[in-house]
Design a protein around this ligand. Structure first.
Ligand code: NAD
Ligand code: 89Y
Length: 341
């Protein structure tokens, strides 16, 4: 069976979604929608889909198996609560929501309709961190006790994504939530958070760097850091570097796509660079490959062989951590994310 996908939002990042869907046997984007008719028309012509400018009209007419929402956050609640009425599954790009009220409304609407809700959180699907997840599951470091995630660069993200230059809580709301999703996925639920932010690049309005300290329900601790103005050569964008230390070993994700495994026989390095998709381009290939991995996972879920990773409900907890980090940075307090036990 071919999964019929309808995509909403034909902007910068949606191109990666379209190219990844095109390469996936078992899926076909049959309709695309953008308020901008030119953008919708261009995607429709390039990918052989039908073009729409009104999501309600498209969804009522097409009734897709899955709706893939690739707009910015302000439209997510309206589009998810619309899509759930017409489609078999809903996928929403990050940031899932700007508030817990909006996030909860989307999770509740999808749960009430028994429609799976995915948040397109592709960082946990990146090749180096998939390799880490597999080794943790195999017990190579024993019980994980400490995680460091470090996403630091000065790559120009503002030309392709100009709205980022206006975002007040930039680093936390654009990439912090990816990193907190990874931290929860690797180490378990977050129960306490403290955070410091900085505004470094005079060209942007918001806080473009942060350093957060997380306590997990297991007792593990994570140090999560991010800067969009770290002057490095070569610039590692968009790699997330870091390490997981357990009571029996350590895994390090190093620049240049190297995974170093420290065990009783000493260190061993593994190449974890993803394949360059045929349509991909460096340095984005890390993220482009993870879009393919995430969308492959969506098809696995729709075939009944997996559960959404992450689901809307999972991502609501990540949003609570992100919003707690924003409040913690403003107040200087250490906070319990809303809803955390
Ligand atoms: P963009 O502004 O380039 O594109 C968004 C498009 O959505 C625009 O063409 C706009 O006209 C359209 N749109 C907005 N509201 C709409 C509505 N109600 N109905 C139909 N169309 C509508 O934005 P972008 O840079 O492509 O980012 C989209 C999302 O992807 C953002 O939330 C961003 O954070 C996310 N993103 C994720 C990653 C990742 O790695 N996961 C990377 C980049 C961007
Ligand atoms: O929007 C961001 C994301 O999700 O990944 C990298 C990015 O494109 C710029 O920070």
């Amino acid at each position: 069976m071919t999964v019929r996908v309808a995509l909403i939002g034909c902007g910068f990042f949606a191109r990666n979604h379209m190219l990844a869907w095109r390469d996936l046997p078992g899926a076909k984007v049959v309709a695309v929608c953008d308020l901008d008719s030119g953008r919708a028309g261009n995607f429709a012509a390039e990918f052989g889909a039908e073009a729409f400018t009104d999501p309600a009209v498209m969804l009522a007419e097409v009734r897709p198996d899955a709706t893939d929402i690739v707009t910015t956050v302000a439209s997510h609640r309206k589009l998810v609560t619309l899509a759930v009425q017409h489609s078999g599954a809903v996928i929403c790009q990050k940031p899932f929501a700007a508030s817990l009220t909006d996030g909860q409304a989307m999770v509740s609407a999808c749960a009430a309709a028994d429609v799976p809700l995915f948040v397109h959180e592709n960082f946990r699907w990146q090749a180096p961190w998939r390799a880490v997840q597999a080794r943790l599951a195999a017990g190579v470091v024993g019980t994980p006790r400490f995680l460091r995630l470090s996403f630091r660069h000065a790559f120009d993200i503002y030309t392709a994504q100009p709205y980022l230059a206006e975002e007040p809580d930039l680093a936390l709301m654009d990439v912090g939530l990816h990193l907190f999703d990874m931290a929860s996925c690797l180490m378990g639920d977050v129960v306490r958070v403290s955070c410091e932010t900085q505004r470094l690049n005079p060209r942007v309005a918001g806080q473009d760097a942060f350093q957060a300290l997380l306590r997990h329900s297991s007792g593990a601790v994570s140090s999560v850091e991010c800067s969009f103005f770290a002057q490095l050569s070569p610039d590692p964008f968009p790699q997330t570097l870091g390490r997981v230390e357990g009571d029996a070993g350590t895994l390090e994700v190093l620049a240049g796509y190297r995974l170093r495994q420290h065990g009783s026989d000493g260190p061993a390095d593994i190449d974890v660079e993803p394949e360059l998709p045929i349509w991909g381009a460096r340095p984005w290939h890390l993220i482009q490959d993870s879009v393919c991995a995430f969308q492959t996972h969506v098809l696995e879920v729709l075939a009944g062989r997996a559960q959404p990773q992450p689901s809307g409900a999972d991502n609501l907890r990540t949003l609570a951590v992100t919003l707690a980090a924003i409040r913690a940075a403003k107040s200087g307090a250490t906070l319990v994310p809303e809803g955390a036990a």
